[in-house]
Design a binder for this molecule. Structure first.
Ligand SMILES: NC(=O)c1ccc[n+]([C@@H]2O[C@H](COP(=O)([O-])OP(=O)(O)OC[C@H]3O[C@@H](n4cnc5c(N)ncnc54)[C@H](OP(=O)(O)O)[C@@H]3O)[C@@H](O)[C@H]2O)c1
Length: 323
């Protein structure tokens, strides 16, 4: 395992574990996964040196936090535990009460990273950061983070907090590269972190799916990347991933992760549907791509222009309901 070089109080592994999948109906992994597999994934992650664990109060409506907390047990104090608040009513007393509830579900004395899940479009961050400041003062929260923030809003959040907002959790992968424009340069300059979510594009970059074999669950039925046209269009990128994977005796998913975390300010938080996937993902931290491999992947990714946005909506409905 490798770790971020930012001198935080606890080490943050370059490959973490995302736990939206834990107990969330929309992923559809079922009871055995929630009751047994999720725990085994966490225990194996600890053995492999993973220290970054990401959850949110909204995942499974608290179930993910509970499953993660129970699986970590006493080890929760030695990992870098990250959760998120959904800022529906982000006034200080509510923020404080929600942090206590999350810590309680996690069984943790404190939250190493408390993130604002998404920007509230109506309320500026001064309100929520008052609560965050109070939580830091009493030691319930270590670092404050944000998620799905633009650079402008990230900086405004730092002004409102009056101290660094350590991280911004955003989609970053071979098929979601907008953080390269401004978030990554900012993170490097200021010693901040970009937490890459959906680093495998929700499984697309594993190469396991194609137009005749599309994943069936609510999350991916709503993700335009899994439209048959887009799966078809991704074939060249997947072929490049396979080529590099073969050269490195790795899997396409591992190469996709190695590509994301090559940037010094990035840690990735892939989810996993099995212990085996978690093992592969953790091992990807040790794959150091050559410049040539990195560039070949970036070039293939740039040629993939998926149908997204409004154009994807009628297609998603057709793909879902067969009309
Ligand atoms: N802040 C936010 O708004 C936000 C949004 C989304 C996610 N997140 C966080 O980021 C985490 C990860 O994102 P994500 O779950 O959306 O996408 P992801 O990590 O890109 O994809 C996870 C899925 O990819 C497949 N997979 C994982 N490892 C694999 C491997 N080694 N080989 C082949 N397939 C593999 C699994 O699905 P199958 O086996 O079923 O194919 C798994 O459920 C979440 O758990 C959550 O913590 C945050």
């Amino acid at each position: 395992m490798r770790y971020l070089g930012i001198g935080a109080a606890k080490q943050i592994s370059k490959i973490g574990l995302g736990t939206w999948q834990f107990g969330s109906r929309e992923w559809g992994y079922g009871d055995r996964y929630a009751d047994q597999v999720a725990r085994a994934i966490v225990r194996r992650a600890l053995e492999l040196g993973v220290t970054l664990f990401d959850t949110a109060e909204i995942y499974g409506f608290g179930r993910s936090e509970r499953i993660l907390g129970q699986a970590l047990g006493e080890d929760r104090e030695r990992v870098f535990l990250a959760t998120k608040i959904l800022p529906v009513l982000p006034v200080a007393p509510v923020v404080e009460q929600r942090a206590v509830a999350s810590a309680d579900r996690l069984g943790a004395r404190s939250l190493d990273l408390y993130q604002v899940h998404q920007p509230n479009p109506l309320i500026r961050d001064g309100t929520i950061m008052r609560g965050m400041r109070a939580l830091q003062r009493v030691g319930l929260v270590g670092e404050v983070g944000v998620s799905n923030y633009s650079l402008g809003r990230w900086r405004a959040a730092e002004d409102a907090l009056g101290s660094p907002v350590l991280s911004n959790q955003v989609p970053y992968s071979l098929v979601a590269r907008s953080p390269e424009r401004d978030l990554l340069p900012y993170a490097v300059q200021r010693g901040r972190v970009v937490l890459a979510y959906s680093p495998l594009a929700q499984g697309l970059l594993s190469g396991r799916y194609d137009p005749d074999n599309r994943p069936a669950n609510r999350v991916r039925a709503g993700n335009p990347l899994f439209l048959p046209e887009n799966l078809q269009g991704a074939a060249e990128l997947i072929a490049t991933l396979r080529e590099v994977a073969e050269a490195r005796s790795a899997t396409p998913a591992q190469i996709a992760l190695a590509w994301v975390i090559r940037h010094p300010a990035v840690a990735a938080i892939p989810g996993a549907s099995s212990v085996e996937q978690l093992e592969h993902n953790a091992a990807a931290a040790d794959i150091d791509l050559t410049d040539g491999q990195y560039q070949a992947l970036a070039a293939a990714a740039a040629r993939f222009q998926p149908i997204t946005g409004p154009a994807a909506i009628p297609r998603l409905a057709r793909a879902r309901f067969g009309r």
